[in-house]
Design a protein around this ligand. Structure first.
Ligand code: BES
Ligand code: MN
Ligand code: ZN
Length: 494
């Protein structure tokens, strides 16, 4: 989708679909008013009659006398007293969904009326570009030509009243870049495990590296062994699919500036291994690399925008399969940190690959490290599909991430990481066990990881409930790319 900014009178604009917003009460904005006047009051009358008050309700008019646009789509911002970033997002989301479901090939949004309603123009434009592009996302990569979904509008204009300034243009660029990052994360997540292997993730990192001149190192099975990542390797030993350890570096900040390190779980298929999962719904374990996908997506956004920060991405990628060579319950492995781990359940594999990547992260002397992982089913029990779980050894970092989640609507909720939980990881045979029993499963998983993150500020995002949707809308969401990119934009002072 191509975005542009235009100063034009909305009633005279030629477009396939003109989108206007309206609060449920009070005076209409100037753009709505202008189109209403051109229609001789018909627009306001139809809206009064047929548009629900609730934020995100829509009314699609197939034609409107007096307006040059082919169609007019009116979206409710809800009651004036309830205006909020959430109402803004519902309206934009609904507009994006409706316009991409229509046959319109071009569309335009009256952005000035958001400002009249009290929203800042940059906030409106950034959210609008991100949400409208995301609503137009389709996953057709592995459908034959005839079965592909119709594409949404290719051109999208933001209508301002006056001339656009640099801040407005930057906001649109940021929104589009966030959506591009999210789309990459969704594409990788949606690809099945026979298409998206650890090698595919590495090749994706390679194409990002060549497009944006990033530093890249990729380790294969032998390389991972030479690094001393015995824990990571134990997960990979059950599959013939080659594992990869991906190290991606973006240098947009000062040479000596400490980087933010993102670590993404890249299990391209999680069968559970010898501790085999039940069959029902196992297809969804192709999404077990969504943490890795969110890291690659975030790199795409950051590199596109050329943010003045340093960023490192670490992705341990492997399948988790049962076989004659697979790791067995009771096996003890030695992690890169030197700590030994008794693997009581081979299905708790995410922490086994992450712990070695977290130890590797130390060599970058990071400003902070954030790992992103579809780590525990228990997180879905605790928090559902609405918010990601957040655990951290640094309260300031946790607060920053929670804030970025609230700002974007890609929210997280913090769970405690008290020392008391460590007791559940006791092993009779090694330094620790890889599971802590049923109680507080998400927390004991984080408690396990915390034993490898003692030397830096660290936060862990458990995205088991948020990275994808099940059911009729089955598919990757691209979360938490919005949260992560907002966090990095703020660190970059933008
Ligand atoms: N990838 C799963 C977690 C998961 C399960 C995410 C379902 C989303 C939906 C992870 O590797 C796993 O299997 N975790 C186990 C841990 C347990 C064995 C301690 C779990 O959650 O059951
Ligand atoms: Mn598992
Ligand atoms: Zn897993």
């Amino acid at each position: 989708m191509e975005f542009s900014i235009k100063a034009s009178t909305p009633e005279k604009l030629k477009t396939d679909c003109l989108i206007l917003v309206r609060c449920a009460d009070g005076e209409a904005g100037p753009q709505f008013g202008a189109v209403d006047a051109a229609s001789g009051g018909l627009l306001a009358k139809l809206v009064r009659r047929d548009l629900d008050a609730k934020a995100g309700s829509i009314l699609l008019l197939p034609t409107l006398p007096g307006a040059a646009a082919e169609r007019v789509l009116v979206v409710s911002l809800g009651a004036r007293a309830d205006l909020s970033p959430k109402a803004l997002r519902s309206a934009l989301n609904a507009a994006g969904k409706a316009v991409s479901a229509s046959k319109a090939q071009s569309a335009a949004l009256g952005a000035a009326d958001f400002v009249a309603a009290g929203f800042s123009l940059p906030d409106t434009l950034r959210s609008a570009a991100a949400l409208i592009a995301d609503a137009a996302y389709r996953f057709d990569a592995i459908r034959s030509e005839a079965a592909k979904n119709p594409a949404g509008p290719g051109r999208f204009e933001f209508l301002l009243q006056g001339k656009s300034d640099a801040a407005a243009r930057l906001a649109v660029e940021q929104g589009a870049a966030i959506a591009a990052g999210q789309a990459l994360a969704r594409d990788l997540g949606n690809l099945p495990a026979n298409y998206c292997t650890p090698t595919t993730l590495a090749e994706t990192a390679r194409s990002l590296a060549s497009e944006y001149k990033l530093k890249l190192r990729i380790f294969d099975r032998e390389g991972i062994d030479e690094l001393g990542m015995g824990s990571f390797l134990s997960v990979a030993q059950g599959t013939r699919e080659e594992p990869r350890f991906i190290v991606l570096e973006y240098k947009g900040g000062k040479a000596k500036e400490a980087p933010v390190v993102l670590v993404g779980k890249g299990v391209t298929f999680d069968s559970g291994g010898i501790s085999l999962k039940p069959g029902e719904g196992m297809d969804e374990m192709k999404f077990d690399m969504c943490g890795a996908a969110s890291v690659l997506g975030t790199f795409r956004t950051v590199a596109k925008l050329g943010l003045p920060i340093n960023l490192v991405g670490l992705i341990p990628a492997t399948e988790n399969l049962p076989s004659g060579t697979a790791v067995k319950p009771g096996d003890v492995v030695t992690s890169l940190s030197g700590q030994t781990i008794e693997i009581l359940n081979t299905d708790a594999e995410g922490r086994l690959i992450l712990c070695d990547a977290l130890t590797y992260a130390e060599r970058f002397k990071p400003a902070c490290v954030i790992d992103i992982a579809t780590l525990t089913g228990a997180c879905i029990i605790a928090l559902g599909h609405q918010v990601s779980g957040l655990m951290a050894n640094d309260e300031a970092l946790a607060a920053e991430l929670l804030g970025a989640g609230t700002k974007t609507g890609d929210r997280a909720w913090q769970l405690p990481l008290f020392d008391e939980y460590q007791e559940q990881l006791k092993s009779n045979f090694a330094d620790m066990a890889n599971i802590g029993g049923r109680p507080a499963g998400s927390i004991t998983a984080a408690a396990f990881l915390s034993r490898f993150t003692r030397n830096y500020a660290w936060a862990h995002l458990d995205i088991a409930g948020t990275a994808w949707k099940s059911g009729a809308e089955k598919g990757a969401t691209g979360r938490p790319v919005p949260l992560l990119t907002e966090f990095l934009l703020q660190r970059a002072g933008q």
